[in-house]
Design a protein around this ligand. Sequence first.
Ligand code: SF4
Length: 323
Amino acid sequence: MKIGFTTTFPIEIIYAAGHIPVDLNNVFVTGDAKKFVEAAEFDGYPRNICSWIKGMYSVAKSTDIDAVIGIVEGDCSNTHSLMATLMEEGIEVIPFSFPFSRERDLIIREFDKLESYFNVSHKKVIEAKKRFDKIRKKLIYLDELTYKENKVTGLENHLWLVNSSDFNGDPDDFEKRLDKFLSEAEKREPIKAEYRFALLGVPPIITDLYEYMSEMNCQIVFNEVQRQFSMPYLEEDIYQQYLSYTYPYSIFHRLEDIKIELEKRNIDAVISYSQSFCHLQIDTMIIKNHLDYPVLAVEGDQPGPLDARTKLRIESFLDMIRY
Ligand code: SF4
């Protein structure tokens, strides 16, 4: 079966049960994203609801997804209503929660529920984790080629890390393509840039942000949330792996990781990206308070290229850093 999901969660359980996990976000953003948004609005989704939610709704409704796992705690405040509209469409919905308190007992309970729903043993789940950790090690190397050796672009880094949320439905093929990419990237000349940027927040819906930053002679060498999707800590214990994953918990957990990485990666400035109509926009206030770096808040709404106003804001921000 193809099991859709709304944000990164223990895909080990789905693979171990012999099914294929499908990150609905990736299908949305790599497909005809504008059409997916329009289709949801045609069904009645309000204009002032985040485009990702509308995109995921349309993807789940219009593709061959058999069931959807909704992350009902630790992700998006809109997920409950998204799940309700999918149930209205006759789509099977399975809830999973990342407990806000980050307590081990509670996440174990969530694993137990999902494992018993899919009738899979924990031993098989651990075997899947061990298999994926081999790929995740290679993604850590890819990230190092980005910020240590400057041989991988911010966009390439973003695409590989974001796709690790489901390994594109075929971990063996993903790994084969990754090996080929890494051996090619190793041979490249280092990319030269005036400024090194970090991109914080959910993956951008803007299609040309990375290209525009390159044109402005800036390299994005830290994709915060995309890196989290790749489970970069290589925890031995699978429960700890999903407790160390910062995205579903509080902004203060994210900040602990962000501060370490900004320093390690020798970052000059930060873009704090958020989506229009998303509750995470509020976190940018806290990010600005806690980081000792220039921070530019960038907002995306519809899928598509940067608008003139945002381009101008980026240029003015660069002028401000320069002088
Ligand atoms: S960007 Fe924000 S509002 Fe949109 S799906 Fe993600 S968490 Fe929800």
